[in-house]
Design a protein around this ligand. Sequence first.
Ligand code: NAP
Length: 288
Amino acid sequence: MDTIIDDISGSTRVYGILGYPVGHSFSPVLQNTLASKTGINLRYLAFPVAPQDLGAAIKGGFALGVQGFNVTVPHKQAVIPFLCGIDPLAEQIGAVNTLKRTESGYIGYNTDILGLERAFALQNVELAGKNLVVLGAGGAAHAAVVLAQRAGAKKLYLVNRTLSKAEALAERIQIPVEVLSYDDLYRLEAPDILIQTTSVGMGRPEESPVADAELFRRVQVAMDLIYAPWQTKFLKDAAAAGCKDINGFDMLIYQGIASFELWNEMEVAPEKAAALRNLLEEYYRKGR
Ligand code: NAP
């Protein structure tokens, strides 16, 4: 009865994530824990925003003084017209996942690419000089492809159910690229790294976009951007064939840390980031 709640005050800054649906998002736990660990006075909430309401949500968020947003499915590309600017890397990717407030509106950034880069680096996986297969051609695939190019991959194979989308993605990159159907995929000689960016297997432990698991015998590293389930069928098949398997959890954590750093114009020390990552993994795997 006599408890005073004073950890939220008149100067607490508000941030949030825009998605639809967004109730499953891990970002509020991640961002509020980060704020608490770094002593920054902010709160971060999930805002379910239907596609037809996106423009109104951005305008309303700005009017209310919301300092920044993360943006997730299905808004990562659709939000761009409502921004006052876009960072060159996000523009190259063609998708944003982070909005930062300025006097004239929000500027869009892409920290998914930074999270993915970090996830590979933590596992000592080099993309330079490698033959990479990217499954999918959605927003996450765009980030993966630009990362591959930036890191100096030798060749990219883009595989997608809707071939026209993979073809459009291929147009955006300058390194050697080939668009393949899933049938062609199984005929590939020896791709070094497979990056699974489709939503197949998300929440469905029995589903994988790779129907012929023999493929993994010719691959060294398999990365799945999905982290729920923790080990997808794609990753189970890859591990069983002797591949190094990496799930999407590190990408999730490090894209979030990169957004937090951008908003607060500070750097989270690597040891602090690693400790937070381990704490969040423990929490996440206990079932939240
Ligand atoms: P998106 O833009 O909606 O793209 C979805 C992709 O999945 C498309 O290429 C789509 O192919 C493909 N797909 C969907 N259903 C399929 C099916 N039944 N068979 C074959 N392909 C299918 O989504 P996104 O933003 O790229 O996200 C994709 C996944 O990455 C999601 O699971 C998301 O959670 C994950 N992700 C993780 C992180 C992280 O931090 N770990 C960050 C971003 C995204 P079509 O083009 O043929 O429809």
